[in-house]
Write a protein that binds this ligand. Structure first.
Ligand code: CTP
Ligand SMILES: C[C@](O)(CO)[C@H](O)COP(=O)(O)O
Length: 243
């Protein structure tokens, strides 16, 4: 029987780049808010997991009916994503064990498949460091000169897009985020904090359609992805019965 993970879902962003009338996690996608889709995918993969949901303290849109988990708690969001995740880890101090696996997943990634969730979980079961879903860069990469022109073409070999979930043992993740804060490092994901400790997180190849809804056009793309996934049953495969 495999280990049931903790889930941390940072959902306290304001969606500034989306520029909508509400945070993007509450925008409608196939008739339901983005947040409800994301939590449903996580629940399909890990029905017995314990969830920490990071929400803005001034959130006026959230409805607990969208949370399918039996064991969940609401945690106040912080100023940045990393602060929201840190608040979640602090909220479960004393309950979570040092070696417990914590999977952190952006609420803004509703298209993650059950198959990828289960594969990541399995890949991290015995990994001494932890790791993340990631997709190899598929485009030619340009660097700008700061004035709208190309200054260089960067080799893409070995470059990956960091996706979520990202999963690490509770003790290691707490230490990594604490040290990153102490050193004033700007970390945009959990892996970069762990890297700053000198550790090498495992890259687990994930689907490129696990997109992060960020800009206005991403909402339409996510709707197309969900429709395409519904037409193919592959993402329902591999649900862990012990979860
Ligand atoms: N203070 C914050 C900022 C972000 N997030 C969450 O972190 C994830 C990734 O962040 P991003 O895509 O940047 O979301 P927003 O912060 O909402 O977007 P923007 O940067 O455009 O305002 C999202 O699930 C978002 O809700 C969070 O929990 N707390
Ligand atoms: C964690 C993340 O999704 C990895 O790609 C991403 O860094 C979060 O988005 P942000 O715009 O950097 O907050």
């Amino acid at each position: 029987m495999s280990e049931v993970p903790w889930l941390v879902v940072p959902a306290a962003g304001r969606g500034r780049r989306m520029g909508a009338d509400r945070p993007k996690q509450y925008l409608e996608l196939q008739g339901r808010p983005v947040l409800a889709h994301t939590l449903a995918r996580l629940y399909q993969a890990f029905p017995a997991a314990r969830l920490c949901l990071c929400l803005d303290v001034d959130d006026r849109h959230f409805d607990p009916a969208w949370v399918p988990f039996a064991d969940w708690r609401r945690v106040p969001g912080g100023a940045e994503r990393v602060d929201s995740v840190t608040n979640a880890l602090e909220a479960i101090a004393g309950t979570a064990g040092e070696r417990d696996l914590v999977l952190v997943h952006d609420v803004a990634r509703p298209c993650v498949t059950v198959d990828d969730l289960v594969r990541l979980h399995a890949a991290l079961a015995d990994d001494p460091v932890g790791g993340l879903l990631a997709a190899p860069a598929a485009d030619t990469m340009k660097r700008d000169d700061g004035a709208g022109r190309v200054s260089a073409t960067e080799p893409r070999e070995g470059l990956w897009h960091a996706l979520t979930p990202q999963g690490f043992r509770y003790g290691l993740l707490c230490r990594a985020l604490r040290e990153a804060r102490a050193r004033g490092l700007a970390v945009t994901d959990e892996a970069s904090a762990v890297e700053a400790l000198g550790q090498a997180p495992r890259l687990v190849a994930g689907r490129r359609d696990n997109l992060k809804i960020t800009h206005p056009e991403d909402l339409g793309l996510a709707a197309l992805v969900l429709a395409a996934q519904a037409a193919s049953p592959s993402h329902h495969r591999g649900v862990d019965p012990s979860g």
